[in-house]
Design a binder for this molecule. Sequence first.
Ligand code: ADP
Ligand code: ADP
Length: 225
Amino acid sequence: MIRFDNVSKRYLTGLDALAEVSFEIEAGEMAFVTGHSGAGKSTLLKLVSLAERPTRGYVTVNQRELARVRRRGIPQHRRGIGMVFQDHRLLTDRSVFDNVALPLLIAGTSRTETAKRVRAALDKVGLLAREKASPLALSTGEQQRVGIARAIVAKPPLIIADEPTGNLDPQLSLEIMNLFAEFGAVGTTVLIASHDLLLLKRMHKRVLVLDHGRLVDDYRPVRAA
Ligand code: ADP
Ligand code: ADP
């Protein structure tokens, strides 16, 4: 589903945010990318979503070599990716329902189909009862779950998340990660950037470790007793 071939990314500042990174993530796999702040985690995700282009090397997503995707093809590319951010980026002047419906609105989905899918997505994250609420009325953990519902509502084959539990306490973080794991279990590929090693250890999923832009480890933690 995701393949990096010798990918390097040098920003205009001259800094190599990623250096000769190669790995492959199979369809349906759930994996984490970790490393200290500045290691290149966000950059890696941005290359997947075409928010950035590599300086060298090749990125393939869903069998598509991204160098072939031109600027006007980027929206279509992103429709195949559910994105979750640390600050969840919800629109505060719209209801929970409308926030989750956004990707379907953009895709031109009919109103009845939209209502059905939005409720199914909210049900999955346990927030069906809050569809009319403003995101501002929700707790941080609930807001993040709305962000996840929005990411999955159009059933993308790939979900990427950048520090999705960055603002949450350990218990809520685990709940959110377990939610991602559930999507992984039904065939969606999930790639999550997180620096929370304790949390990653509990998840028992593949971990890619970046250090100053280099992929220095690729392991799967042994399940804690
Ligand atoms: P992480 O997500 O692991 O914290 P990032 O991918 O955000 O790492 O950043 C990797 C390195 O690239 C950092 O040194 C960061 O300062 C630098 N960087 C990130 N974005 C840009 C940019 N747009 N321009 C210049 N340097 C950047
Ligand atoms: P970050 O919060 O990761 O540092 P930035 O502030 O650099 O992100 O984001 C710059 C712009 O790129 C924002 O408009 C944001 O919505 C968008 N963006 C950030 N990460 C991604 C991503 N992985 N894919 C697509 N767009 C992104």
